[in-house]
Design a protein around this ligand. Structure first.
Ligand SMILES: [Zn+2]
Length: 139
């Protein structure tokens, strides 16, 4: 039945194992998901109707804003905004001013605090997570 599948055996002559071994997995599989994202300040978006699309591929740009400072802070209105292309896996982040009255959706609210903190420490992890959430939401 499974005659075509041979069990993987260790190298027959470990002491003489010279030369590069062929990797079994492609680069796609070896990469962690968030490693495929890159920040690119030169990335451009263009307006199409009342939305923004990626200048490179035409995909609808996704975005997310969150508050970084607690409500009691005078910096509360200074928020961080992300925008990214889900196809090119390029993102930008910058500071934006969002009035105190405007309620922002906290995409990380459902997460345990450790996971939340971990995502906020790494922009690429955060974007990878937000993009996965967006894909789920639009599927
Ligand atoms: Zn794109």
């Amino acid at each position: 039945m499974s005659s075509g599948m041979r069990p993987r055996r260790p190298a027959e002559h470990p002491s003489r194992s010279v030369g590069p071994q062929k990797a079994f997995r492609g680069p796609e599989e070896q990469r962690r998901p968030h490693d495929s994202w890159r920040k690119d300040a030169t990335w451009h978006t263009v307006a199409r109707d009342d939305r923004r699309v990626c200048a490179a591929c035409g995909a609808l740009v996704r975005s997310y804003q969150y508050r970084f400072h607690p409500p009691e802070s005078s910096m509360f209105e200074r928020c961080i905004a992300f925008a990214w292309c889900p196809v090119c896996r390029v993102y930008v982040s910058h500071l934006v001013h969002i009035p105190r009255e405007q309620v922002l959706v906290d995409a990380l609210a459902v997460l345990p605090s450790e996971q939340r903190a971990r995502l906020l420490r790494s922009e690429t992890r955060l974007v990878a997570y937000l993009d996965r959430q967006a894909r789920r939401g639009s599927a």
